[in-house]
Design a protein around this ligand. Structure first.
Ligand code: PLP
Length: 380
């Protein structure tokens, strides 16, 4: 089997599991407990927090561990918007993950916020001047993802954050898909808040983090015992946090050269698919994109049927985001890129981890050609 759905989730790496093991067994303490077992867990949690902070170029106290990317996005959007008295207006894009879009919609429905969606172009890029024009005196928060989970387009987040800051508006970015591939140093990006998720990086599902700059007030979404400096209550997932830190360390080792090699293999894959399937089109930006992801539309087919044909050939991929897969609805991302609904239904996304190299991708390109031919013949 060739697994090409890494944007949905990835396997836990052996080294990550080994790092976690002691905190699931002998060192199982609650970090809030005032005895040696609890203190050992608290130390492990502090070390994990320090690793995340170093990676993001922020202070350990600016890292809030969460249950994953969805919770980090909810905390950033609802937490910052509700804690900031400046107004009730949010600026975002129509191609954000549902975790952001639904949080924004919650603020609109229950708290009377207004929302401005900055349009993207046909490649999924936000134009910084459109973004600037959308900001208002009463804008409470701007949130624009770093890399899109369906089309892989990478936004000019540092530039957008700088524009927001000129107006003193807090800026959040969802970096769930970018983590492990792009440099997330928040100093470089200049954002105020940034979400990540462990299971996209080789850590388990159920752990993530939100970086939120100390001076930005955040209203908690989960209330209780006041853990995570009152920003996220609930006994911390110590083993998960240790696993996240281990996955980050492993991922940073050789990241730059791995990203370059992977991007070269991706370009060869895209060229091979387009040669095999002349009617296909790559979605997203041709250059500003994640190294290990390529999504296509295959007019004259149905994406779901192509997926099935590929699976028969031992290749696992996806029709878009895992959330929308199987819903039968066209992707909101492709519709925002102004694809016709009928064409958007033919999308297939390939996303992979470091274990997939150029030889596997060459075999996948051949299989894509066969699968599309088979489906097109049946459809006609
Ligand atoms: N944001 C993006 C861009 C994602 O791709 C995902 C997951 O696919 C999430 C947020 C949600 O992360 P999690 O699955 O950890 O809740």
């Amino acid at each position: 089997m060739i697994y090409l759905d890494a944007a949905a989730t990835s396997a836990v790496r052996r080294e990550v599991l080994e790092a976690m093991w002691p905190y699931l067994t002998g060192d199982f303490g609650n970090p809030s407990s005032h005895h040696t077992v609890g203190e050992s867990a608290a130390r492990a949690l502090a070390d994990a927090r320090a690793t995340v902070a170093e990676w993001l170029g922020c202070r350990p106290s600016d890292v809030v561990f969460t249950s994953g990317g969805t919770e980090a996005d909810n905390l950033a959007v609802k937490g910052i918007a509700l804690a900031t008295p400046r107004g009730r207006h949010i600026v975002t894009t129509p191609i954000e993950h549902e975790a952001v879009l639904e949080s924004v919609d919650y603020l609109r429905r229950l708290h009377g916020f207004e929302v401005t969606f900055v349009d993207v172009d046909g490649t999924g890029l936000v134009d910084p001047s459109d973004f600037a024009a959308a900001l208002r005196e009463d804008t409470t928060l701007a949130t624009v993802m770093l890399a899109n989970n369906e089309i892989g387009t990478v936004q000019p987040v540092a530039e957008l954050a700088a524009i927001a800051h000129e107006r003193r508006i807090p800026f959040h970015t969802d970096a769930v898909q970018a983590a492990g591939w792009l440099d997330l140093g928040s100093a470089a990006l200049g954002v105020d808040a940034l979400s990540i998720s462990g299971h996209k990086l080789g850590a388990p599902k159920g752990i993530g983090a939100l970086f939120v700059r100390g001076r930005i007030p955040v209203e908690p979404v989960i209330h209780g015992g006041g853990q995570e400096r009152g920003r996220r209550s609930g006994t911390e997932n110590v083993a998960g946090a240790v696993g996240l830190a281990a996955a980050i360390r492993l991922g940073e080792d050789g990241r730059h050269s791995r990203a370059e090699t992977t991007a070269a293999a991706r370009d060869a894959f895209v060229t091979a698919v387009l040669a095999r399937v002349p009617q296909a089109a790559l979605t997203g930006h041709p250059v500003r994109r994640l190294p290990a992801s390529a999504s296509f539309v295959f007019p004259g087919t149905s994406g779901e049927s192509v997926l099935l044909e590929l699976e028969r050939r031992g290749i696992v991929s996806s029709s878009g985001s895992a959330c929308a897969a199987g819903s039968g609805e066209a992707s909101h991302v492709l519709l925002a890129l102004r694809f016709e609904e009928e064409i958007a239904q033919t999308a297939v996304r390939f996303s992979w981890g470091p274990e997939v190299g150029a030889p596997e991708l060459a075999a996948v390109a051949d299989a894509v050609g066969e699968a599309v031919e088979t489906v097109a013949a049946i459809t006609q």
